[in-house]
Design a binder for this molecule. Structure first.
Ligand code: UD1
Ligand code: UDP
Length: 365
């Protein structure tokens, strides 16, 4: 049987991490040829190249260099360039990840060309339509031919929107695959010793969500809560957040140690050696669980509701008092429940694509 041709669309940091796991499974299978398209949404070396290098992701076959700018412009320019690539590559499937502008542009370009779309991390909902990610997810799910769902909640969310049947597959979470695969390669950041912070005695924090960085009152509340957490905070700062802090002239407390974004292997090390994680990231909430750490989530809602239900994650919004109190109160967590599958999602994704009927493997979707 001839190989199935897939075009994978990535562009933002969490997508490189998810694609690392799936791309490895694709190569191990041998029945699929993968062409990787990098939209350029994230472009700094420490937001992009470092992941390809550390995680041994094959170099992108096409680099579209569409980063920055407002949503419509970014998504529109990505759409146009992805369409050209798809016309040239003529893939059997387009594989998209998560909920960024690159995800939506990839799904839309493919759907309009009648190329089947497979969506990894389908079915997640925050039910907050003011989040750009929520719009991207809903539209991508409705344009997809294969919905690769990480959680039972994702299945129910899709069913509530009328998306059911053989095209919906519960596969588990590929970030769990990545966390387990790279755990043994975790690497202490070279600057850690110079901070004078003890292992196990710091808060690891990330902040980048638009609702927190575009609202100065929320950002100030978060930084105040972190300053009052009673522990030093290590904050690898996303360039978006750095830009806001810089423009607004916000002074950061001495106990918050701001460092540039780190590579994945350093991030895993920081996650496994911290006392508690405080974040507004989707991926980092789950990684806290994978590495057995309590998580304080500085958002008003989360797509990863099972963590909150299991009592290992608490939603605190951007209120300074709530943030500092919950960090101070955080304790060891039970991470023995298999909430995200068995770290075998990537293999299940590859099998689902191979099994799904399309013109490429002898039937019509
Ligand atoms: C994007 C995703 C978000 C995801 C996040 C992961 C959308 C709408 N948002 O948010 O869902 O959680 O990525 O990190 O797709 N910038 C740089 N260098 C870079 C990348 C970004 O300086 O390498 C700065 C630029 O000023 C840019 C801003 O960050 O305009 C925002 O980047 P963008 O990709 O639009 O959104 P993120 O906040 O990164
Ligand atoms: N991450 C990283 N270095 C950092 C911050 C985050 O490698 O400095 C990783 C983190 O471990 C997780 C992913 O980036 O795997 C999460 O991406 P991000 O928080 O940017 O996006 P989200 O998951 O919220 O969409």
């Amino acid at each position: 049987m001839s190989k199935i041709n897939i075009v994978t669309i990535v562009g933002a940091r969490p997508q490189f991490i998810k694609a690392a796991a799936v791309s490895r499974a694709i190569r191990a299978h041998g029945g699929i040829t993968e062409v990787i398209v990098h939209t350029g949404q994230h472009y700094d070396a420490n937001m992009s190249d470092v992941f390809f290098e550390q995680m041994h992701i094959p170099c992108p076959d096409h680099h579209l260099e569409v980063g920055g700018g407002p949503h419509g412009q970014m998504t529109g320019r990505q759409l146009e360039k992805i369409e050209s690539v798809l016309l040239e590559e003529k893939p059997d499937w387009v594989l998209v990840y998560g909920d960024t502008n690159s995800t939506l542009a990839g799904a839309l370009a493919a759907a309009k060309l009648h190329i089947p779309v497979a969506h990894v991390e389908a079915g997640l909902r925050s039910f907050n339509r003011r989040m750009p990610e929520e719009i991207n997810r809903v539209l991508t799910d409705h344009a997809s031919d294969l919905l690769l769902v990480p959680t039972d909640t994702g299945l129910s969310n899709l069913a509530a929107e009328g998306i059911t049947g053989n095209k919906v597959r519960l596969v588990g979470d590929v970030m769990y695959d990545a966390a387990m695969f790279y755990k043994g390669m975790a690497s202490e950041p070279e600057w850690f010793g110079s901070l004078g912070i003890e292992r196990g005695a710091y808060v690891l924090c990330t902040i980048h969500r638009a609702e927190n960085t575009d609202d100065l009152a929320r950002l100030r509340g978060i930084l105040q809560g972190l300053a009052e957490a009673g522990l030093p905070v290590i904050l690898p700062l996303h360039p978006r957040t750095w830009g806001t802090i810089d423009r607004a002239g916000i002074v950061i407390a001495d106990s918050i140690r701001v460092v540039p974004p780190v590579g994945y292997l350093e991030m895993v090390w920081l996650e496994t050696h911290c006392r508690v994680i405080a974040t507004d990231s989707g991926g980092v909430q789950k990684e806290a669980y994978f590495h057995g750490k309590p998580c304080v989530t500085m958002r008003d809602e989360t797509e990863w509701v099972e963590l909150v239900d299991a009592g290992v994650n608490v939603l605190v919004g951007a209120n300074a008092k709530s943030i500092s109190q919950h960090i101070r109160a955080s304790d060891a967590v039970d991470c023995s429940l298999q909430l995200y599958g068995a770290a075998d999602a990537a293999g299940k994704i590859v099998n689902a694509i191979i099994d799904q009927p399309t013109p490429a493997n002898g039937a019509h979707a």
